[in-house]
Design a protein. Structure first.
Length: 267
């Protein structure tokens, strides 16, 4: 099953690359892929995720134009995330897990689009953000409805926990953006943070933000040391919000002992 999830992730990752490019150009998602340099249609055997990139040595077969490393990177990342989702959420004999897995595969795909788009174009695709918000709210309403227990606390409901975390994250980044006149953070980052908060809920958003700022700082230091950026350069932050949200979901599942420290912190 994990091999199936890996193959599915590679295929979806290839499609997400198309979404990122065509979303920026306002092109239809229908139709075959084409080379961004010579515009010629890509042959089906040159469109195999990762493998075609290696065989062609990162060059277009027709014009020898360079193929960006973004393509295999997104395919591999999507494949890995799909494997993790399949491993921790999918159980063949549990029909409910099929829906849960489908939900996570969908929202992770949207986060990958936001991450790649911001990295490449320094802009948050708001249509994807609002699509993600709708996706999460629809699933949370259903999940809370089938698991509702009046004796449980309000924050045990995904919809309330998510909305609370989303509002806190949005307000925090909105104040950073407004206070710095978008020099520290862009307003788009506030919406990306809202989406991350809605997904991971409370207290997950706290750990997601800690991870995001930590990874962002490390990346910034690497860019400065390599002289690719300066202290005044802008660095996209939505990718680290997306990574932080994904890690906040998977790390407690991969390392259950983390939950002990989370509970200890909240006491």
């Amino acid at each position: 099953m994990l091999i199936i999830f890996l193959i599915l992730g590679l295929i979806v990752g290839s499609f997400l690359n198309v979404v990122v490019e065509r979303l920026n150009l306002a092109e239809s998602l229908l139709g075959r892929s084409h080379c961004p340099h010579c515009r010629k249609k890509i042959r089906w055997y040159d469109n195999v995720p990762v493998l075609s990139f290696m065989i062609l040595r990162a060059r277009c077969r027709d014009c020898e134009g360079k193929i960006s490393w973004q393509y295999p990177a997104m395919e591999i990342m999507t494949g890995i995330i799909f494997v993790l989702a399949g491993n921790y959420f999918f159980f063949v004999l549990d029909p409910q897990s099929w829906l849960t897995t489908f939900f996570y595969l969908g929202i992770f795909s949207l986060l990958i689009i936001i991450m790649a788009y911001d990295f490449k174009f320094m802009e948050i695709p708001m249509v994807i953000v609002w699509l993600g918000v709708g996706w999460i709210l629809a699933y949370y309403l259903y999940a809370d409805w089938i698991s509702f227990n009046p004796q449980m606390g309000i924050l045990t409901l995904k919809i309330y926990s998510g909305i609370l975390a989303g509002l806190i994250a949005f307000l925090f980044f909105f104040l950073l953006s407004a206070g710095s006149r978008e020099k520290w953070m862009g307003l788009g980052d506030a919406y990306a943070a809202m989406l991350a908060g809605l997904l991971v809920g409370w207290p997950g958003i706290f750990w997601a933000l800690v991870l995001a700022f930590t990874l962002g700082a490390i990346w910034g230091i690497v860019l400065i040391l390599s002289q690719r950026k300066t202290m005044k350069s802008q660095v996209p932050f939505a990718p680290f919000l997306a990574i932080g949200a994904v890690l906040a979901i998977f790390l407690p599942l991969i390392f259950p002992s983390i939950n002990f420290y989370i509970d200890l912190f909240l006491r």
